[in-house]
Each structure stands twice: as structure tokens, then as C-alpha cells.
Design a protein around this ligand. Sequence first.
Ligand code: PEP
Length: 250
Amino acid sequence: MAGNWKMNLNHFEAIAHVQKLAFSLTDKDYAAVEVAVLTPFTDLRSVQTLVDGDKLKIKYGAQDVSRHAAGAYTGEVSAAMLAKLGCSYVVVGHSERRQHHAESDELVAAKAKAALGSGVSPIVCVGEGLDVRKAGGHVAYTLAQLDGSLAGLTAAQVEQSVIAYEPVWAIGTGEVATPADAQEVIGAIRVRLAESFGEQTAAKVRILYGGSVKGSNAAGIMAEADIDGALIGGASLDAEDFVRIVRYRD
Ligand code: PEP
């Protein structure tokens, strides 16, 4: 269960929020579910200090990474820098970056490759907009985006990656895809991964659903065969609801 904080919580608020999560989560929770927070860059050092100091089992990561290793790229943050901060994950290709920063599949694949090169697992986001969904092209659209966003990666690299299916029309809208909607596309993603990278890789890759997941709907989504977890935006800012999502089995 990965919480995407988006551009919320400064580094003081981040500490308070992670402390709240750590206070609620138990070893039983961590044994059942891997929990991660994906924070703004400015929070990472504080989160690292807290996690290391208190030996917390919460993982953390960033929401973007440069495709470049180092050098004259003002404003960018490299994968090696994230790795040095102890990041386990980085989101690449979130629909908000595809939309507001015109990120292409080619760029997303380059960012995923850069992350993997530093031992940080990319959470590669794909998903269709409302027009595509209404026209019934959601599976083909998402698979094409998946192909482009994983282009050039080896099967071993794909195994280290996480895929997040996030239909754009369900992100931050309160409009959650039905479990069957999510399973339809995520099942197709797993089949495509098997075709492109082999059955073994497809079975190992974790595929998340993202789009208005809350404590109240997480169990239904997680009951679907191919859904391994969730990428949670808005509800991840509410510590109580995020913990409810982690405890979706209860
Ligand atoms: C997200 O930002 O990845 C997301 C799924 O947001 P929300 O849960 O708010 O729809």
C-alpha cells in the first residue's frame, strides 16, 4: 500500500504524519502488507531520519526522478540521490506529470531505467482518460502506454518494478473504478507482461490499482485476482484512513 502525498505536507508535517502512522501500525500490519509513503523531495531527509532512528518498517520514496545521472540539469533530482536517501521506490509517469509536464512514454521508460540503475524500484503509472474509457478503448490504450513505459527494460528489471493502473478519471475525483473495471485492465496488464517478459516475470510483478481508494472500498478492490495493492493519493493524507486501507482484510 503506497501513499502518494503529491505536493502536500512540509518536512515538519511529514514527520508528524509518519509518526502517526508508526504509532498505529503494528508488526502484524507490516507482516501482512508492505507500507510505503511517497513524499515530496523536501521531506525525504526528515522521513529517512525518523525511519532509521526509530527503526520503522515503513518504506518511502519520491514522486519523480531525473532520467539523467548527474550534471547540468537544474531543478532535477537523480536516482542516485534518492538511493542515498534510502528510497525504496519512485513514482514515474504519474498522470499528473504526463498531463502537466507533457511526459511521454519514452521519458517514463528512461526514468524507470534510471531508477533501476540505482536500485530504486519505479512505480510505473499507466491509465486512460475519461474519453478513452467512454469510447471503450481503455484496455488497448493502457497496454500501449505500458509497452512504451517499459520499453528497453529487461525481464529482471521489470520484476524489480511495480505497475500502477490508475484510470485518470478516477484520480482525486471520488469516482472509483469498480473492482471488476480495475481487474479487467490489470488482468490484461498481467497477460501483456507475460507476453513481453515471460510468465515468471508477470507472476512476480506487483500491480497496484490507484484512483480514489479509501478505507471503505479497499477490500473490494483487493479481492480481485490480479490486484496486489493500491496507490493511494488523497486518503493517504488521512493517517486513520490510510491505516484502514492497510488493514483492508480486517
Ligand atoms: C494518485 O495520486 O495516485 C491517486 C490515486 O490519487 P487519489 O487516491 O486521490 O485518487
